[in-house]
Design a binder for this molecule. Structure first.
Ligand code: ADP
Length: 679
């Protein structure tokens, strides 16, 4: 027992022991007898008897002096309060009496007192508990209320959300339906309108006999109404196309002067003869060329100028162009009736017109500006108005002089062919689809060469031989069918597989002309990849040698290049790497900067010293921060320096591709010998 435990036991135990002489004087007492009864040698045992009960102790003493006593109870003062102690005694040979005692559990009184005290405690505790309970239930009620409120408002939010989603959904559906109806109806309207316009023209020209004055007048009314309707239908059709995201960008290079002179020729006739109104085209900046959709720019400007002419009686309508940074800024100013600022937004809405006596004199559909703004945005630009009532208006059209996608498409068209990737010619007029093909075909080992028209495709075919052609066109124009027919009838191109991906269901015609596959849009990516892989002629994949003493780094690179068209060779030391390079002649080497026993410079020296390995492009991969000198030295001897920290699949593949392109294998040469990797 440790001293602490024994001490506690002593404190709690009611057992005690002491000896007395025959006179009842204490001769020895154990610590408990001393503590509980206050007995010490020399003290009389009688001193601790409870007043009035002395005889009981005397009787015990008298008996114990003659014989051993067992379990004799006497009242004594324990801790100075009356208690009952039960004794057994033993008469020792030396004449002393040995007492073994045990203080009995507290007498009834003290037990009751204690009970009372405990009860009082319990009552107080109970009171405290019920007070806390009350508090808790009040808080609980508050919480329940708050929870209910929250739940209510949550329900509200959920309902609102569902309602909004419903509305958005039905709006989307309505917009879809509207778009389709408008597109179909407009399309259907055009044919009969063509007939009305054509026939009224014939009649007016007198081809079928002379007409009376009155008949001519009536016919002219018919014709001008039909013309208005025709304009409206065309605007609606254009608008619905742009809104549905089906606008097609047809970028081309053109000189600003050409655009202005074409517009001048087209719009001059709108100026009433003999009117006090002048249409002026300011000379555009000399030699300014634009590379964007000329048709759409011209359409917007025609709209703006014809509006300006409509709403201006005298003075001038002035068209100007300037280049501000990357943007071409066109301004159409007039000295007409002007527009109040509160109508600035409304006029750009569909069918938004200003109502007033001046406006009511001229006819219009209210679609022109809505369409013009959409077209401007479609070209990556904007259309704004400034105006003052009675003073005239100025419409400003800002568009990038070179459409951003033109740059991107050109880059794709003119990038060198990567010998490790199979080129696929994608004939597609929708740039979004081109970029989509680019994205998922390029990572799978193919190189997309885009052609936005059949003509472009033909000229690209003169320079390269693709592994396959994805002919993704609206097979409506005869030229597309003819292109397919030409490809398949020409001995040089007959073998190139053509996959037709389209929205028209003319499979028979496509097959008859020699299409190898016919799919309806949208094309399933996996299916396309599977097909392309099965069509592409398999060849040896480009081999990439990784020299790195860290197995984890090699594993990581192998993982990164897993789906790529490259085959990986690995070497764990510099000498092994150099030996492997000599034997296997990899297309590219990825070299760790710090190997166990040498640096990249040592390995580079060995590679450059051997004529067999001298020309193999090396890309250094490092996890070290290189100092300026080391970086410059490495840059001079290697293709690229890649940091292990920021290494990604795309980066690795691009760097390898660039390195391969630099070996001279990458020019557009149409040799048909491109290899395609294992997948
Ligand atoms: P439309 O001219 O066919 O009515 P637009 O969308 O082209 O439709 O024009 C919308 C409205 O904007 C016109 O009806 C007219 O009230 C106002 N507006 C457009 N251009 C001018 C202008 N140059 N001067 C004054 N008001 C104009």
């Amino acid at each position: 027992m440790t001293s602490e435990v024994s001490h506690r036991w002593l404190n709690q135990s009611r057992e005690l022991e002491f000896t007395c002489d025959l006179e009842g004087r204490v001769t020895w007492a154990d610590p408990r007898a001393a503590r509980i009864l206050g007995l010490r040698p020399e003290r009389a045992l009688r001193a601790v008897s409870v007043a009035g009960t002395e005889s009981k102790l005397e009787a015990l003493l008298a008996r114990a002096c003659h014989e051993d006593v067992s379990r004799w109870e006497v009242p004594l003062l324990a801790f100075a309060s009356p208690s009952t102690v039960c004794f057994s005694t033993h008469l020792e040979q030396d004449g002393h009496v040995h007492f073994f005692g045990s203080v009995l559990p507290d007498s009834l009184g003290s037990t009751l007192r204690q009970l009372n005290e405990a009860m009082a405690d319990v009552v107080a505790l109970n009171r405290e508990i019920s007070r806390q309970k009350k508090e808790l239930s009040a808080k609980n009620a508050e919480l329940t209320n708050a929870y209910q409120e929250l739940e209510e408002s949550n329900k509200g939010v959920l309902n609102l959300h569902a309602e909004l989603a419903d509305r958005a959904d039905s709006l989307r559906r309505a917009a879809d339906v509207k778009g389709r109806v408008v597109a179909n109806v407009s399309h259907e309207f055009r044919t009969p309108l063509h007939t009305i316009l054509g026939l009224s023209k014939l009649l007016l020209e007198g081809g079928d006999g002379p007409l009376s004055e009155e008949q001519q007048k009536q016919l002219r009314f018919i014709r001008s109404s039909a013309e208005e309707l025709y304009a409206l239908v065309n605007d609606m059709l254009d608008l619905s196309k742009v809104e549905a995201g089906k606008g097609v960008l047809r970028p081309q290079r053109f000189r600003a002067e050409e655009l202005f002179s074409a517009l001048r020729g087209m719009l001059r006739p709108l100026v009433p003869a003999g009117s006090a109104l002048e249409l002026i085209f300011e000379p555009p900046p000399v030699d300014l060329t634009l590379d964007t959709d000329q048709g759409k720019i011209s359409q917007i400007l025609r709209n703006l100028v014809s509006n300006a002419l409509k709403f201006t009686e005298r003075g001038e309508v002035r068209v100007a162009l300037e280049q501000v940074g990357e943007m071409a800024v066109f301004r159409v100013r007039d000295t007409g009736i002007g527009i109040a600022s509160e109508h600035f937004e409304r006029i750009f809405e569909e069918f938004g017109q200003v109502e007033g006596p001046l406006q009511s004199k001229v006819k219009g559909t209210g679609l022109g500006l809505a369409l013009s703004r959409r077209l401007a945005e479609f070209l990556g630009g904007s259309l704004e108005v400034e105006s003052q009532l009675g003073q005239g208006s100025c419409f400003t059209l800002r568009v990038p002089a070179r459409h951003p996608e033109v740059n991107e498409l050109e880059r794709l068209q003119h990038q060198p062919l990567d010998p490790s990737r199979a080129p696929v010619l994608v004939v597609e007029d929708d740039r979004k689809t081109i970029f989509m093909y680019e994205k998922y075909l390029s990572m799978a080992g193919f190189q997309v060469v885009p052609a936005r028209s059949v003509d472009e495709a033909r000229s690209l075919l003169e320079r390269l031989r693709p592994q396959a052609v994805v002919l993704d066109i609206l097979l409506e124009g005869e030229s597309s069918w003819k292109f397919l027919a030409d490809l398949k009838s020409n001995a040089h191109t007959r073998d190139i597989p053509v996959l037709v991906v389209t929205i028209t269901g003319k499979e028979q015609k496509a097959r008859a002309l020699g299409a190898d596959e016919f799919w309806l849009k949208p094309v399933d990516r996996e299916r396309l990849l599977r097909k392309l892989r099965s069509l592409a002629r398999p060849g040896a994949p480009a081999r990439v040698l990784v020299i790195d003493d860290d197995a984890k780094a090699r594993y990581l690179l192998a993982k990164l290049l897993e789906q790529s068209p490259y085959q990986l060779l690995e070497a764990a030391t510099g000498p092994l790497g150099v030996a492997c390079a000599r034997e296997q002649l990899p297309s590219v080497i990825l070299l760790d900067f710090l190997l166990e026993d040498r640096t990249a410079f040592d390995v580079l020296d060995e590679l450059k010293a051997d004529p067999r390995t001298r020309a193999i492009p090396v890309i250094v991969v490092t996890s070290h921060v290189l100092d300026g000198e080391a970086r410059a030295r490495l840059a001079a001897q290697t293709e690229a320096i890649l940091s292990k920290d920021s290494l990604s699949r795309e980066l690795a593949i691009h760097r390898i591709r660039d390195a391969l392109a630099k070996t001279g294998l990458g020019a557009l040469n149409g040799n048909g010998g491109h290899r395609v990797g294992q997948h």
